[in-house]
Design a protein around this ligand. Sequence first.
Ligand SMILES: [Fe+2]
Length: 283
Amino acid sequence: MLANTPLSKEIGSEVSGINLADDLDAATVNAIRDLWSERLVLIFRGQHLDDDALIRFSKNFGELDPPGPNPYGKPINPDNPLINIISNIKKGDEPIGNLGDGEAVWHADMTYVDTPPKGAVLHAHELPPSGGNTYFANMYAAYAALDDETKALIEGKKAIHDGSRNSAGMLRKGYEVITDVTQTPGARQPLVRTDPKTGKRCLFLGRRPYSYILGMDVDESEALLDKLWAHASDMRFAMTHVWEMGDVLMWDNLSVLHKRDAFDPTTRRRLHRTQLRGDEVIA
Ligand SMILES: [Fe+2]
């Protein structure tokens, strides 16, 4: 059993006594995997991983996927395409990474594709003195806490997850502004996801902007989505992560929503990220 400290009632554990740059044996990898599937978010403090070491650690948990499309229409990190850079830093006029310095609203990553990533690993290299906190919410707990009437209402229903904008609301290159949510481009995903390994069920909402529940009137869909999102983003299901240099944080992208606070644009923030390939989402 790894030494770990729960970070909130529903989600997150800090794991200590491990150097992720080491070659990890199978027992250690299995222990991390078990704890991860139970707590959904794991934090390892004080790590020093270059990009190759971050990739090596991440590959213990599955195959890696390159980052999704960004607003700039060209790869952010052509030298190492499996590493996504989350940063507000610019080299001249060119951003070196994604998401800028603004708020990123609650979302799961890339659920607008049919096979969204099952998880991600994020490592802090440069941080502002404050701001840019990240929040994670447990969607198993959110689903379990729904009333029976709402559970019945969403059972078997699918929603469109918008692929036109990133989580900071920036329109991706090649997409148009959406005026009719029934025509939103993006994958149709079940509102309730079943984990194929455990059979446990969670809310699977993706992102609120431009979402639409198939088969409903737009007004009805908007009202139900607003209600589900207000419920899912309640902090009683969530934890707050205040970043420290060297943090490595891994989250289960299919069972968790996350969001990020804005931070002072005159400061520098740079995190490097990998993501783990996922399968089709099952209702
Ligand atoms: Fe994200």
